[in-house]
Ligand binder design. Structure first.
Ligand code: XMP
Length: 514
């Protein structure tokens, strides 16, 4: 394991991903972790991330010197670099030598462990107000910029390396190569962490955890729950039952995709609950977005629990496990907790004890989204499932501005299917993050079609690009694609006489309209 010590500001996740892209397993630990605890994990190497603090300010995160003396290879980046410099006796100060953004790095020791084989001048991404003006004793300066004399250093004998810049960001053109040099040459690691290994390891762990009991898994149609279910299915076969609640708010073909493609690819035991009527009834007369979300969430849990109850009443071993598609970023963001929290599932359906405790099976909790997709692919899931764009749990219910009715859902499903079909045909699926299609059910406008006046509803296209859905920008789709979608929707979908494009970034707009 390579430990990535997190000094804040979200650099650590990106570094961990880059290390894994080099096919070496990495884990993030907060910088407040005591050094003995870090070393107790027996790390093969340690990377110190950047962070927003100044090393000499009171209260700034520090590291015990022992970390650098344990014989474990260490690579410091930005704040991590300055901290290494300061801890080992170098000089860091605020001399006004600040650099933000693209900078040219001059490599002063081309044969150094980190830079061998990379250009003498390379673009790097800087973001610092402090700078290291003297390297610690025993270190060789390996790179500089026009502003800072010490932009990279190494002590190859002690396997300690540092760079002032951020090699993990794309703008550092040789960043990945430098990181790999640290991992392979500096730390002597091999690129052997592969999707195949992940699957093997998880299958063994799941078998061990579940034993001969049973597990259930809710399928949402999304990538994470599908891959989690497929992994657990591979491990325990018929001891797993998946539950898919069809709330009638799905897009065209989605339920069939789960029913046919997913089952065909995995052989999983699937219980499909048709709850369309129930959801429509509960949503009748409601147009407030928050109220809709609450109703959908509540009904979903009720239906899921009812299905659970039915499965538990079938003959067979105890149903003790609930499979969840929790990903590594969720684990890190909630404080990196370890192990298997018990969650309570409250039942308001008759015949069951008040609360039943499930133990969680979370086979994806070490993985990032792109890794989950690779695992899904390796498990033989079809591209339509593995490469799916995000779709909200409340489904089309929050893409109808106004009351949700069967007619409106059908209409929106048709428009959405056309938009998706054309985006796919234009090869744009991977370029856009997602493209909500929204029906403004309470708005009407005048149009003309075939010599007659129409008075129909607008459809909104909301294509966005994003890294993580926290922020987003509207996608600049080619005009001919937009034009084709517009023509088809207004021609083919009854009661729609206008297609509009949402050109708002997030913030201020959210991705979904409700
Ligand atoms: P917003 O609209 O907040 O959406 O910009 C951010 C991302 O989250 C998705 N989303 C949801 N996903 N349950 C989900 O599973 C929800 O209730 C939900 N609401 C929004 C949205 O599609 C976007 O990817």
């Amino acid at each position: 394991t390579v430990l990535v010590v997190d000094f804040g500001a979200q650099y650590a996740q990106l570094i961990a991903r880059r290390v894994r892209e080099a096919r070496v397993y990495s884990e993030i630990v907060p910088s407040s972790t005591p050094v003995e605890e870090m070393l107790a994990k027996n790390p093969a190497a340690i990377i110190l991330s950047g962070g927003p603090s100044s090393v000499y300010e009171p209260g700034a995160p520090t590291l015990d010197r022992a970390l650098f003396e344990a014989g474990v290879p260490v690579f410091g980046m930005c704040y991590g670099f300055q901290l290494m410099a300061q801890t080992l006796g170098g000089t860091v100060d605020n001399s006004g030598a600040r650099e933000y953004g693209r900078t040219d790095l001059t490599v002063s020791k081309p044969s150094s462990t980190l830079f061998e084989g990379t250009p003498a001048e390379q673009a790097v991404w800087m973001s610092h107000g402090d700078a290291c003006s003297a390297a610690p004793e025993g270190f060789t300066v390996t790179g500089s910029t026009s502003v800072v004399p010490v932009a990279a250093f190494e002590n190859d004998e002690k396997k300690l390396y540092g760079v002032q810049y951020h090699p993990e960001v794309m703008h550092s053109t040789h960043g990945q190569q430098v990181l790999e040099h640290f991992l392979y040459r500096g730390a002597g690691l091999r690129p052997d962490w592969t999707t195949g290994n992940v699957i093997e390891e998880q299958v063994a762990a799941i078998r061990e955890q579940v034993g001969d009991k049973r597990a259930i898994c809710g399928l949402s149609g999304g990538v994470d729950s599908a891959v989690a279910a497929a992994l657990v299915q591979k491990a325990i076969g018929s001891q797993l039952t998946c539950v898919y609640v069809d709330h009638g708010l799905m897009r065209q073909g989605e339920t069939e995709q789960v029913e046919k493609d997913f089952v065909a690819a995995t052989g999983v035991q699937l219980k499909v609950v048709d709850a369309q009527e129930r959801f429509l009834k509960a949503l009748a007369g409601v147009s407030d977005p928050e109220e809709k979300r609450k109703i959908i969430g509540r009904e979903f849990i009720r239906v899921f629990e009812q299905a659970q109850l039915e499965i538990m009443q079938e003959d067979g071993p105890e149903v003790a496990f609930l499979v969840q598609g929790t990903l590594y970023p969720d684990v890190v963001e909630s404080g990196g907790g370890t192990g298997t929290a018990n969650i309570k599932s409250h039942h308001n359906v008759g015949g069951l004890p008040d609360d039943i405790e499930f133990e969680l099976v979370e086979p994806l909790r070490k993985l990032f989204k792109d890794e989950v997709r690779m695992v899904g692919q390796e498990l033989g899931l079809p591209d339509e499932i593995v490469q799916r764009q995000p779709f909200p749990g409340p489904g089309l219910g929050i893409r109808i501005v106004g009351e949700v009715t069967k007619e409106r859902l059908d209409l929106l499903r048709e428009a959405d299917a056309i938009a998706r079909e054309e985006l796919t045909a234009a090869g744009l699926d991977r370029e856009i993050w997602q493209c909500p299609v929204v029906l403004l059910a309470d708005v009407r406008s005048v149009g003309v079609q075939g010599d007659g006046r129409t008075y129909g509803h607008p459809i909104v296209l909301r294509p966005v690009s994003s890294e993580d859905a926290m922020t987003a920008d509207w996608s600049r789709l080619p005009y001919d694609v937009l034009s084709k979608i517009s023509t088809r929707i207004t021609n083919e979908v009854k009661d729609v006489n206008r297609v509009v494009l949402d050109v708002t970034s997030k913030p201020p707009g959210t991705i979904e309209w409700e």
